[in-house]
Design a protein around this ligand. Structure first.
Ligand SMILES: Cc1cc2nc3c(=O)[nH]c(=O)nc-3n(C[C@H](O)[C@H](O)[C@H](O)COP(=O)(O)OP(=O)(O)OC[C@H]3O[C@@H](n4cnc5c(N)ncnc54)[C@H](O)[C@@H]3O)c2cc1C
Length: 412
């Protein structure tokens, strides 16, 4: 790459794009964000942040600003309908992983990232929709916005979500695949549940009729997310999902359906559901991609656009933060190492991490299966092992980048 200072154009001001801008600022790399909407996309609801992401947000000085804006917790319990503990899944742990898990409203996180970018004077252009890459050279890239304007930068990063338009430059024919599952969630006051004294939440209550999730949110947990998953035969497409999301009465009915098969507190939870906080999440995946950068490595995709993954391990956003942080750390070394090689290293590292999460997802899904489902899927007894989370939650990205750079500079 040329010795000119890098300037990066980021398409999409979701969590990937906003956090990338913060990470680039830390490396003194100039960037501009372009977002198609008039204000940040608010998909709604809260998200779970695990220690791997919190360590990154800490390194970016974001964590101290958000840690008191969400619900901190360590474990999610799986219980049967009689309250018998079936399994404990760790979402964090201060002693073991350095951080507890944090359940925080997406809007709270976005607002904080926006505030940091405002303080740093980063340029963010709302209502500007990327259309297509026009030209890529050894030194930079030109692209067109929907309004016909041509943009130019040394790097173009597609942080534009699962239906990424930037990705079309790398994969013109790729469309995300619908997994056949959707999650329907709502939020109700915790007091409404009348939980038995000492009953641990977050919890997934597993019965032969399915699972029901209860997860506290907001500081100290005055509110809980409640939710169920559903199998759906066909992909309804964006307009179809919007229509399903809009029919709040039908969604309330779905959440209430079969509640009599669950403990009293689940029945209490669904007894009154405000329409305003109901969300529908259709689960799509982006198939494994063999490249996250263009040939000349001037166009890069990351976040959901590069690897939307099933929700089982709750790693979607957490993996996006990993993409962003490592990418920025490597760009920060542009004067020391060959950027082509650095981006190759980044891509291989990220592929490995995503493969690890997909494997973990599979393990989690197998553990949630009923005996009947296991038989149907030919899963032999004894093939389900303890889940090991340290390698997921405790990587040291900074050290890994520093070690790689050191090895390259010694070799040179
Ligand atoms: C209801 C719901 C609940 C979820 N809960 C969780 C959770 O608990 N934990 C978790 O890890 N993940 C969760 N996810 C997944 C998570 O939201 C995604 O992994 C995450 O949002 C990906 O961030 P992103 O920035 O890559 O993409 P997005 O959040 O999709 O952001 C992309 C941005 O790019 C913009 N954009 C798109 N196209 C263009 C264009 N052509 N020009 C300019 N801008 C453009 C969009 O408007 C958007 O602002 C959930 C998803 C949904 C739908």
């Amino acid at each position: 790459m040329s010795s000119q200072p890098l300037n990066v154009a980021i398409i999409g001001a979701g969590l990937s794009g906003l956090s990338l801008a913060v990470a680039l600022q830390q490396q003194n790399i100039s960037c501009t964000l372009y977002e198609r909407l008039a204000s940040p996309l608010n998909i709604g609801g809260a998200v779970m942040l695990s220690p791997n992401a919190l360590k990154i947000l800490d390194a970016l000085s974001v964590y101290p600003r958000i840690r008191n804006k969400g619900y901190s917790f360590e474990t999610l319990e799986y219980k049967d309908g009689d309250g018998k503990l079936m399994e404990v899944y760790e979402f964090g742990g201060e002693a073991k992983y350095g951080y507890k898990g944090l359940r925080i409203y997406r809007t709270a996180l976005i607002e904080e990232l926006l505030e940091i970018l405002r303080e740093q004077g980063v340029k963010l252009v709302f209502g500007k929709k990327f259309k297509r890459v026009v030209e890529e050279s050894e030194d930079g890239v030109k692209w067109e916005f929907e309004d016909g304007e041509i943009g130019e930068a040394s790097l173009l990063v597609g942080a534009d979500g699962i239906n990424s338009s930037v990705r079309k430059y790398l994969y013109p024919d790729l469309t995300p695949t619908f997994t056949g599952g959707i999650g329907i969630t709502a939020a109700v006051p915790t007091s409404q549940l009348k939980l038995p004294p000492g009953y641990h939440i977050p919890v997934t209550v597993m019965t032969p009729h399915g699972g029901f999730v209860i997860a506290p949110q907001e500081v100290d947990g005055p509110e809980v997310l409640i939710g169920k998953q559903k199998r759906v035969e066909k992909d309804h497409g964006r307009a179809g999902w919007d229509a399903i999301s809009a029919d709040k009465e039908a969604l309330v009915k779905f959440l209430q359906q079969g509640a009599e098969n669950f403990p009293d507190f689940v029945q209490n939870a669904v007894s009154s559901i405000p329409h305003g906080k109901i969300n529908v999440w259709p689960f799509y995946v982006v198939p494994k991609l063999d490249k996250l950068t263009s040939e000349k490595r001037r166009v890069i995709i990351l976040g959901d656009g590069a690897h939307a993954i099933p929700p089982s391990a709750g790693q979607g956003i957490n993996q996006a933060f990993e993409d962003v942080y490592m990418f920025a750390l490597l760009l920060g070394q542009a004067d020391k190492v060959d950027m082509q090689e650095a981006l190759k290293f980044w891509q291989e590292y990220r592929e490995q991490r995503i493969a690890q999460v997909l494997k973990l997802n599979k393990q989690i899904e197998m553990r949630r299966m009923t005996e009947e489902e296991k038989l149907k899927e030919n899963i032999p007894a004894g093939s389900i092992h303890e889940i090991e989370l340290s390698s997921l939650y405790k990587p040291d990205f900074k050290k890994d980048v520093d070690d790689w750079v050191a090895a390259k500079t010694v070799a040179a």
